[in-house]
Design a protein around this ligand. Structure first.
Ligand SMILES: Cc1cc2nc3c(=O)[nH]c(=O)nc-3n(C[C@H](O)[C@H](O)[C@H](O)COP(=O)(O)O)c2cc1C
Length: 178
């Protein structure tokens, strides 16, 4: 089986983040030939400005993207939008194209019943601008997320099934391209 490397990115910096819990749940659903790493360091990246020299933190992010066959982003919504740290990290890649032609799954999660839908819509627009590879199944919005987590794990079977669909879909996008 081909070895596959997937990078997880959480839009939240909180240590007990629900989005990090979602990414860890996804990790447990991946087949054995897939290695999964959650990127650590979004908050080390300076504010993007065109022409700025790339510091180590940005190079670390770009290297992780280059090594990844695909990316899964799980993010909260802040003030109806994508958290600034996540958007900042994505902006750093616009000119150099690390997301270009990269299969990506986008997930939003919220304690509200809207599921972070506005952040997800905005994230999908940015991912389109970045040239990512997606299809009509490459996104998921998880509403009422706090009620679906028990002792740091996703306890809601329907959510687990939806995450499995995301994994299967992302893997199919990777295999189609290889
Ligand atoms: C400043 C702030 C703004 C927020 N704005 C929204 C929002 O617009 N929509 C929403 O669904 N949740 C909003 N939330 C709630 C977050 O979705 C919630 O805190 C979520 O659990 C954060 O994700 P995390 O657990 O992965 O850190 C907001 C939270 C904060 C602290």
């Amino acid at each position: 089986m081909k070895k596959i490397n997937i990078l997880g990115i959480s839009g939240s910096l909180r240590s007990d983040s629900t989005n990090a819990i979602i990414l860890r749940a996804i990790e447990s659903l991946l087949p054995e030939n897939v290695t999964f790493q959650i990127f650590n360091g979004l908050d080390e990246m300076p504010h993007f400005s065109p022409g700025l020299e790339e510091p180590d933190a940005v190079m670390k992010f770009k290297r992780a993207l280059q090594l990844a066959d695909a990316v899964i982003i799980s993010t909260p919504e802040y003030a109806f939008g994508v958290p600034g740290t996540l958007k900042n990290a994505l902006d750093w890649t616009v000119a150099t194209g690390e997301f270009n032609e990269k299969p990506v799954a986008a997930i939003s999660a919220s304690p509200l019943n809207t599921g972070g839908d506005k952040a997800l819509a905005s994230l999908l627009l940015t991912l389109t601008a970045l040239g990512t590879v997606r299809n009509e199944n490459s996104y998921l919005s998880i509403p009422n997320v706090k009620s679906k987590i028990v002792e740091g794990k996703i306890a809601d079977q329907n959510t687990i099934e939806l995450l499995k669909i995301q994994v299967a879909n992302l893997l199919s996008l990777i295999y189609i391209r290889s």
